[in-house]
Design a protein around this ligand. Structure first.
Ligand SMILES: *Cc1c(COP(=O)(O)O)cnc(C)c1O
Length: 730
């Protein structure tokens, strides 16, 4: 397949002819030397474009390009980056091809409704998307034959603005595809490749964009094209926008359209991974294909199961899509016949009693037609087995429910601060990244001198404070903030004070306001003249989630309350970029969801690998990550009479840990002003999380436990099919 002609790049001098390719491959985003290259190209423009090399190349003047093409320092950097890019793309000694040399031609297709690769491509909303992005990057680093399938949302996810009254506003900005690292896919005739999906009584047409993530391609579907009616063009406009009917249509495109895109691209996946239930209709499409090829429904379903992996991501009931049967009927009446089913048998595929009624449940569908099923932490695996036991009515014990767990991780090159990376280079060796999933290797964290680690941490903390002030200054200059908002944005924060970070989606179960349970006690903690404490909040509420928006408003109003002395800040518009500053620059990372609602959580892992210890309730990953010495835990999974009683008990526990452990330890300094005991916790955080809670460990685990067995099944099925074709009957 050829790519449609990109914008005109004639202004790029021949000496720099690989620059365009580097800009279009998000590989640059996790390779420091490539980021340095784009900074050298034009630093003001780099900042102005929000670190977006494609937009930079469009805007940069030909004179500037000519100038750097003659600059020896730039050329040296350029040649080094091109060399390391080529070496990695050539796939010499990566893990997967070394370990499974025979399996490189059996693609693994990974379906996800969102991909968070970099903030310049805003097609993610939160944890799920960033996990997909991190998974894709790691698949590239390990050399997996991996393709992603998702959506191009022309309006992306929203940007958050907090006006003076604190009620979050959502701003949707149209993404200009020419300015982001996506390129349209064209067919053999040079025209855009278009596939179609029948939607009720008419077809919807889908075009496809390609995003390069190192060695991995992502294919993003887009319905905003001329052939479609205006309302169908809106289908892929926004992430998680619209009502249930919009949602079923989006999921039909993701699951069914996604399979058709791969077929049109002549990509033949051997293993199919459904990242969350949004894409579960793909099992229907694959069964339909096989039934059309002559198999019975049961044979087809067995084959699909043998090659399908499903990951569930939340124990929160509202997080699972359920469609009423009348909607299913409206969109699938023409479809079930092609699967060899009648209406009732078709509806039974996803039928599930939620407790408030029976509907077509996407998670139940995915669980029934996947051969491998997992939750995303050990605890979430357990919770999921209990939660979904009714899918296996014949099983009496929850322990026997066939849902396992693979704990999430974070992509280290994406989330380790540049300054920490250099520290690890210096004390652990410049090849530390290659050993990073070896627990023994991290025993060596003790070799990093306390002073060196502390100095880097203080540098990252100052960077965070400077980032906060700079943003406020720019918004103030543009007339977007009144003085009170400038204060709320954290400009009074003290670089010396113990700084707590809390940033995540504002879903109510995350209990962002728990720490305000006893306001007077909190004020005493924050305003201690000798040992001051401050808290930085950030996060978006889903545009339809009014209770979530109320929590933001509540906190926002407190940031303006003089009695808190400017020690609480709310940063608007949390995204990946801000997340980097926060998880790398605060002293401690707070997390207090209502257990057991947090399936895993990943921001705490990002903090921990940067030496920022967690102060977290024992839920999600922390239930297995906490070891008594690498941070603090509270709120053991006890039963409570009511949610209010639980909030009260958890808040008391949180205050106690803060007052008796966290604050005293942070302020306990030696003669040089270095908090030795605190640094012990920092080092233990690094030692214990690095090798385990990284996508390296996670993707290897998916590969060994699920992808490879699925691929072997696919190979056996293909061979069996060929034997049927070549052996004459009788
Ligand atoms: C990591 C991250 C998340 C997910 O954090 P959780 O701890 O899982 O809630 C959400 N949003 C952004 C921008 C992130 O970087």
């Amino acid at each position: 397949m050829e790519l449609k002609a990109a914008p005109v790049w004639e202004k790029v001098p021949p000496r720099l002819d690989r620059l365009v390719e580097l800009a279009y491959n998000l590989w640059w985003s996790w390779h420091p030397e490539a980021r340095v290259l784009f900074k050298m190209l034009d630093y003001p423009l780099w900042k102005e474009t929000g670190h977006n090399p494609v937009k930079m190349l469009l805007a940069i003047s030909p004179e500037r390009l000519q100038a750097v093409a003659r600059d020896p320092a730039f050329l040296k950097q350029y040649d080094a980056v091109v060399m390391s890019f080529e070496t990695e793309m050539a796939n010499g000694h990566l893990w997967f091809p070394m370990r499974y040399p025979g399996l490189m031609h059996y693609p693994i297709a990974y379906f996800s409704a969102e991909f968070g690769i970099h903030q310049s491509l805003p097609i993610y909303s939160g944890g799920l998307g960033i996990l997909s992005g991190d998974h894709s990057k790691e698949a590239s680093d390990l050399g997996l034959p991996f393709v992603g399938v998702g959506f191009m949302y022309p309006q992306g996810y929203f940007r958050q603005r907090i006006p003076p009254h604190g009620w979050q506003e959502a701003i949707y900005e149209q993404i200009n595809p020419a300015e982001v690292p996506v390129r349209p896919i064209t067919g053999p005739d040079g025209e855009p490749l278009v596939i179609s999906v029948q939607m009720d009584d008419h077809p919807v047409y889908v075009e496809v964009w390609r995003v390069q993530v190192g060695r991995v391609n992502l294919y993003l579907m887009d319905t905003d094209i001329e052939q479609n009616a205006p309302w169908d063009r809106e289908l892929s406009a926004r992430l998680y926008g619209g009502d249930q009917e919009m949602r079923i249509k989006q999921e039909i495109i993701l699951g069914i359209g996604g399979v058709r895109v791969l077929r049109a691209l002549e990509i033949h996946p051997a293993a199919w991974h459904l990242n969350e239930g949004h894409s579960a209709f793909l099992v229907l499409e694959r069964i339909r294909e096989l039934v059309q090829a002559g198999l019975s429904f049961e044979e087809a379903a067995d084959q699909v199961r043998a090659t399908t992996i499903f990951t569930t991501h939340t124990p929160v009931p509202a997080g699972h899509d359920v469609f009423p049967f009348h909607l299913m009927e409206k969109y699938f009446w023409h479809y079930w016949g092609e699967m060899g089913l009648d209406r009732d048998r078709f509806m039974a595929l996803g039928a599930y009693d939620q407790g408030w009624g029976v509907g077509f449940n996407m998670t139940a569908l995915a669980l029934r037609y996947s051969g491998w099923r997992n939750g995303v932490s050990r605890l979430h695996g357990e919770v999921s087995r209990r939660m979904w036991q009714p899918v296996w009515p014949e099983l009496e014990r929850a322990e026997d429910v066939p849902i396992t767990s693979i704990t999430n991780g974070v992509h280290l090159p994406t989330w380790v601060a540049g300054a920490m990376d250099r520290l690890y280079d210096r004390y652990l060796g410049s090849d530390w990244l290659e050993h990073h999933d070896d627990p023994l290797f991290w025993e060596r964290v003790q070799e990093i001198p306390d002073e060196a680690l502390w100095e880097v941490h203080l540098y990252l903390k100052r960077k965070l404070m400077a980032f906060i002030r700079e943003r406020a200054r720019r918004k103030r200059i543009r007339g977007e903030m009144n003085p009170e908002q400038v204060l709320a944005a954290g400009t009074f924060l003290d670089p010396e004070a113990l700084t707590i970070g809390f940033a995540r989606r504002f879903a109510t179960y995350k209990r962002a306001t728990l720490i305000f349970h006893d306001i007077e006690r909190l004020k005493r903690i924050l305003n201690d003249p000798y040992r001051p404490v401050q808290i930085i909040f950030a996060g978006k509420a889903h545009p339809a989630d009014d209770p979530g928006k109320h929590l933001i408003q509540y906190i926002y109003n407190l940031t303006k309350d003089p009695s808190f002395g400017g020690r609480i800040a709310f940063l608007e518009d949390y995204d990946m970029h801000m997340a980097h500053y926060l998880v790398q620059g605060v002293d401690v990372w707070l997390n207090n969801p209502r257990p057991p609602r947090e399936a895993s959580g990943t921001s705490g892992m990002k903090a921990s690998i940067n030496g920022v210890p967690n102060l977290s309730i024992l839920d999600g990953w922390w239930a297995e990550g906490y070891n008594g010495a690498n941070g603090w835990a509270f709120g053991r999974n006890r039963e409570h009479e009511s949610p209010e009683a639980q909030d009260a008990a958890d808040a008391q526990a949180l205050y106690r840990v803060l007052e008796e452990e966290v604050v005293p330890l942070f302020y306990q300094r030696d003669a040089d002003g270095v908090p030795r005991a605190w640094i012990r916790v920092m080092k233990e955080a690094i030692r214990s999380t690095m090798p385990i809670f990284s996508t390296r460990r996670m993707v290897k685990e998916y590969t060994e436990r699920m992808y490879v067995p699925a691929i072997r099944n696919a190979i056996a099925l293909r061979e069996a099919a060929e034997r049927v074709l070549t052996v004459p009957p009788g």
